[in-house]
Design a protein around this ligand. Structure first.
Ligand code: DGL
Length: 270
């Protein structure tokens, strides 16, 4: 067992969305170093075939492991659904942590409630998601809602405005006849448009899996004696398959926004 492992934790997403999970990780474990890779060149993954998503995910994770990652966080619901089982088999000695839509906490907070799960079409079509849905279907009224365009808008840095509001209004139109209690943000891009989603839902409580994934990552590293023994802050490297200056600026802005959101959430929870 290693003690004081200072190698970076790799964080992977189809694009810029996984930065919402990276922000939670950095806030929870500031002494770790992180290597973030977003595949914006091929985003969005959510409207590709499952085979394409698996191939892209596995290729990028392999590269991150070669760059010396001690653990891999798949900060993408779509890629987790398509690839996590195979990746865990492949990388025996490296913890591989995934993310899934936060249905459980939403149902626990609103037993018997009306809950919408917003995610990509692929995520909602996986067996993994159908199993998750089945295990909670008796405890609440749960509606899977595919949002095929939403991740692409966020990739373009469109976090507010008329086009986004119009798209969300269309998404919520058929569910507005009765109040919605909770909305699960089942794609890591969506926390960056949480205000617009909350408004379109008529004030529902929002849930996402970022904080839970960060806590699970810490548990996995702790269990294996792989937490960093740094006494100072670690580094955060942002990388992308399409590193245009505009995109890299968006990545930095999203990391700042994500960390600010985390801190505000922690303050609210007291
Ligand atoms: N961020 C990804 C997720 O959590 C999906 C976005 C995409 O379609 O590429 O599902």
């Amino acid at each position: 067992m290693k003690h004081g492992d200072r190698r970076p934790i790799a964080v992977f997403d189809s694009g810029v969305g996984g930065i919402s999970v990276l922000a939670e990780l950095v806030e929870l474990m500031p002494r770790e170093s992180f290597l973030y890779f977003g595949d914006s060149l091929h985003a969005p993954y959510g409207i590709r075939t499952s085979a394409e998503v698996s191939a892209l995910t596995e290729q990028h994770i392999e590269a991150l492991v070669h760059r010396g990652a001690k653990a891999v966080v798949i900060a993408c619901n779509t890629a987790t659904g398509a690839s996590i089982a195979r990746l865990r088999q492949k990388y025996d000695g490296i913890p591989v942590i995934g993310i899934e839509p936060a249905v459980k906490p939403a149902v626990q907070a609103f037993p018997g409630g009306r809950i919408l799960v917003l995610a990509t079409p692929i995520t909602l079509s996986t067996e993994k998601f159908r199993t998750l849905l089945r295990s909670y279907s008796e405890q609440a009224e749960i509606f899977p809602v595919p949002c095929p365009q939403l991740a692409a808008m966020i990739e373009e840095g469109e976090l507010s405005g008329e086009r986004l509001d119009g798209y969300l209004a269309e998404i919520f139109r058929s569910y507005r006849e009765r109040p919605i209690d909770a909305v699960v943000l089942g794609c890591t891009h969506y926390p960056f448009v949480r205000e617009a989603v909350a408004a379109a839902s008529g004030g529902a409580v929002l849930f996402d899996g970022g904080a839970g994934t960060a806590r699970e990552t810490r548990r996995q590293l702790e269990k294996r004696g792989m937490l960093s023994d740094r006494t100072e802050a670690g580094t955060v490297e942002l990388d992308n398959s399409d590193p245009q200056p505009m995109r890299m600026r968006l990545c930095e802005d999203l990391l700042r926004l994500g960390r600010k959101n985390c801190r505000e959430k922690t303050e609210k929870q007291g």
